[in-house]
Design a protein around this ligand. Structure first.
Ligand SMILES: NC(=O)C1=CN([C@@H]2O[C@H](COP(=O)(O)OP(=O)(O)OC[C@H]3O[C@@H](n4cnc5c(N)ncnc54)[C@H](OP(=O)(O)O)[C@@H]3O)[C@@H](O)[C@H]2O)C=CC1
Ligand SMILES: O=C(CO)[C@H](O)[C@H](O)COP(=O)(O)O
Length: 477
């Protein structure tokens, strides 16, 4: 175990990559002295040397022992390394050097089940651990991310003021909050990313209708996104979609979008969201469709073979039938539905773990700094404050918006189906909407089938109770 206080740095950070380096500069710029350490140890010195006026606030260290010794006790140490084994290995290397009251904070994109486990392991060892989700990419980390914290309340008491200071601000309200115990912060970050996947996918789908259906150029599409960003869809993702569509390749002079290969990467958080939704039995079909679309995009060779066998599907779509205003309305509907699914998933997980998850607070800390920041989150915060357990699409503001836009969503999905323009996330959102407004669904047939082949029993519409069987029991084969 380490000796008592030797250092003066107010906080420590391990992992000077894209996120960690920028977060460390942000912390220093906000007036907190910070000790830094990196696996490739020389990076700490080069980072320090390139920190300019902020160098005074940064203590570079080359061994874990020196790093730990440089931090004021009780220590708070942020890890910004890749999720999984790297986090466990870093914790294992640090613990023997720390005092029990010291706090390790995993600020990477962890699977919240890992965070729950690490929290239990820390508690069993009499130590303290927090998991915080940080969103905003490189620029957010440097100038103000959205921060979703989970872990012991005394951990938040120790570092909350630093996290609030470095976070993005909505007006003067920090986009950082303590959301619950253990993995609560990482769960919320994961769902944030799941929503991010769906939002991005739906934007890509309407881009596809404009490109392949309407035959619009990238510049024309950029103009549409730029226009939408001045309206109800105002958001970081619409804004950057306009910028991506507007950009030209410096090498060839061609639109960037014509140069970028159509194979989407993924680091796993969208998939974690979809898996979690399935495990918790809560519908997140728009998010699942977005994950599946990324998986399909990666199968470029198979897609080429498919095109060779069946011919390219997209056919021209009549702009008079599907105007760009209709695409905008379809995106509004899809967006409301994917957020309804995301917040529903958070609510379900919170129930399972007994976390008093503050849903309106989550919408508030997503208003700035993070990748899914948008004007609509303000209205979502208000709607969730009215009733956090109600499906978001039933809140009066959003039910009115959906009533105005679901017809456009249907027309876009129908046109996509007719013209071979894939719109899987918008289509999943539409099916969710249709199912969620149908009192009498078709699951009576499923129950009949289950009872027929497995005597699973069903409930009746005309009597109370369960475990009823149909007249087919003797005939089943
Ligand atoms: N990039 C983004 O937009 C966002 C990323 N995140 C999350 O932040 C975390 C860091 O991501 P990012 O900064 O982009 O990643 P980078 O690849 O830029 O940096 C990774 C850092 O972790 C260190 N590292 C890698 N492997 C190990 C290991 N086994 N043990 C100790 N240190 C290790 C690297 O050290 P070395 O220099 O030696 O390689 C480097 O400092 C991830 O969890 C990521 O998911 C969260 C939000 C946004
Ligand atoms: O957390 C993030 C943004 O919020 C990261 O940028 C994340 O890497 C994005 O996910 P993916 O790489 O799977 O697209």
């Amino acid at each position: 175990m380490a000796e008592a206080v030797t250092g003066s740095a107010e906080i420590g950070l391990i992992g000077l990559g894209t996120m960690g380096g920028n977060l460390a500069l942000n912390i220093a710029e906000n007036g907190f002295s910070i000790a830094v350490f990196n696996r490739t140890a020389d990076k700490a010195d080069s980072f320090h040397a390139s920190a300019g006026a902020l160098a005074d606030k940064i203590v570079p260290t080359k061994t874990l022992e020196d790093f730990v010794a440089a931090i004021k006790s009780p220590r708070a140490i942020i890890l910004m390394v890749p999720a999984g084994d790297a986090v466990d290995a870093q914790i294992a290397a640090l613990r023997p050097l720390l005092d029990p009251q010291d706090l390790i904070i995993d600020a990477g994109n962890a699977n919240y089940h890992d965070t729950n486990r690490r929290d239990e392991e820390a508690k069993a060892a009499g130590a303290r651990f927090m998991g915080i989700g940080v969103s905003g990419g490189e620029e957010g980390a440097r100038f103000g991310p959205s921060i979703m914290a989970g872990g012991p309340a005394d951990g938040w008491d120790q570092v909350g003021h630093v996290l609030e200071a470095i976070s993005a601000k909505h007006g003067d309200v920090p986009c950082a909050a303590h959301l619950g115990d253990a993995g609560a912060g990482h769960l919320v970050k994961t769902v944030h990313n799941g929503i991010e996947y769906a939002d991005m996918q739906m934007i890509a789908e309407v881009y596809g209708v404009m490109r392949d259906g309407f035959g619009m150029t990238s510049a024309e599409i950029a103009e549409v996104f730029e226009g939408w960003n001045g309206g109800i869809l105002q958001s970081y993702l619409i804004e950057i979609s306009g910028k991506v569509a507007r950009a030209t390749d410096p090498e060839t002079g061609r639109p960037m979008l014509d140069i970028i290969l159509d194979k989407a990467g993924q680091k796993g958080t969208g998939r974690w969201t979809a898996i979690e939704a399935l495990m918790l039995g809560t519908p997140a079909s728009a998010i699942e469709a977005a994950v599946a679309a990324r998986n399909l995009s990666a199968r470029l060779d198979e897609r080429k073979m498919g095109e060779a066998v069946f011919g390219a599907a997209p056919q021209a779509s009549d702009k008079a039938v599907i105007a760009t205003q209709m695409l905008e309305a379809a995106l509004v509907a899809g967006k409301i539905i994917c957020y309804a699914q995301g917040f529903g998933l958070i609510l379900e997980a919170a129930k399972q773990y007994g976390w008093a998850m503050p849903l309106p607070e989550i919408a508030k800390i997503w208003r700035e700094g993070c990748i899914i920041r948008s004007a609509m989150l303000n209205d979502m915060a208000d709607a969730l404050a009215e009733d956090p357990s109600r499906n978001l699409m039933l809140a009066p503001f959003f039910s009115a918006k959906l009533s105005e836009t679901h017809d456009a969503l249907r027309k876009v999905v129908a046109e996509g189906a007719l013209k071979g323009l894939p719109v899987p996330a918008l289509s999943a959102a539409l099916s969710y909407f249709d199912i969620m407004r149908t009192e009498r669904s078709t699951a009576n047939m499923l129950q009949g089938q289950r009872d027929f082949f497995g005597a699973h029993g069903f409930e009746r519409t005309d009597k109370d109770g369960s475990g009823y069987h149909g007249p087919w029991a003797m005939n089943a084969s």
